[in-house]
Ligand binder design. Structure first.
Ligand code: XBP
Ligand code: MG
Length: 253
């Protein structure tokens, strides 16, 4: 079986730099709208990213940092409403076009589509937020499986979302290559038996990516070369010929 049969993409931080200037800004707008004096700075948000999922992140912050803030009962309903408002802000922000795809993302996806390679999404983000990014920049219809948010009970770093995608694609992990940007994402994919390419970003630079088959600063473009942080450099941009070599110890491609 040739490798890879499918590419599985994470969304936030991988397809686009959505965290710092997208989700964080939208969370803050929702907090202000709700009359909360909570504001997540760029540096504070880095630590909060360890908690995957917007609702979970708000809950964690309330419990650990703002436990003295009275929240109407039941807190889960209040948090869910706050998160819905956050998603509306996020959607509006994406529609402004301020957040663009990362280098090489469109090129790699276009190459994969031209070869009839299967594509999927595995994200911790809520489905409407993942779809908002795809609708603004790519096309949700290009992805055979879009696994997002609460579709699984345990979010990354648990492997559940990747196992869900593999089952939906009806492929073994050895047939797929994952593209991720974060340590929780890498842990999730690795635990599901998948090989992972990391495109690190400002928030994840320097994290422990030893389990990845390749770590680069971004996927690169012919006129915007990538930098390899870990693994073998085989060109100035990541393409499917390079991806094929990463399946080496699975046997001939
Ligand atoms: C990123 C996340 C998400 C986003 C916020 O997941 O952890 O929680 O920060 O999105 P991934 P929501 O990198 O796996 O896409 O508010 O929609 O949860
Ligand atoms: Mg990510």
């Amino acid at each position: 079986m040739s490798f890879p049969q499918a590419l599985i993409f994470d969304v936030d931080g991988t397809l686009a730099e959505t965290e710092r200037d997208g989700h964080r800004v939208a969370f803050n707008a929702a907090f202000a709208e709700a009359g909360l004096d909570w504001e997540w700075s760029i540096t504070e948000y880095r630590d909060l990213l360890a908690i995957g999922g917007g609702k979970e992140r708000i809950h964690y912050y309330w419990q650990t940092v703002k436990a003295d803030t009275p929240i109407p009962d039941p807190p889960e309903a209040f948090i869910a409403r706050l998160h819905r408002h956050k998603s509306e802000h996020y959607g509006k922000l994406l529609a402004t076009g301020k957040i663009q795809l990362r280098p090489g993302v469109r090129r790699l996806i276009t190459e994969a589509r031209a070869l009839g390679m299967r594509l999927a999404i595995a994200t911790t983000s809520a489905l409407p937020n993942a779809l908002a990014l795809l609708e603004n920049h790519l096309d949700p219809a290009w992805f055979e499986v879009i696994a997002a948010g609460d579709i699984v009970r345990r979010k990354k770093p648990a492997p559940d979302i990747y196992r869900y995608v593999l089952q939906a694609l009806d492929l073994p992990p050895t047939a797929c290559l994952v593209l991720e940007d974060s340590a929780p994402g890498l842990t999730a994919a690795t635990a599901a038996g998948l090989k992972t390419v990391i495109t690190e970003n400002d928030y994840t630079h320097g994290d422990d990516f030893r389990a990845a088959v390749l770590v680069v600063n971004h996927l690169g473009e012919p006129d915007q070369p990538l930098a390899v942080r870990q693994g073998k450099a085989l060109g100035s941009y990541f393409d499917l010929a390079w991806a094929k070599t990463l399946g080496k110890n699975y046997g001939p491609g």
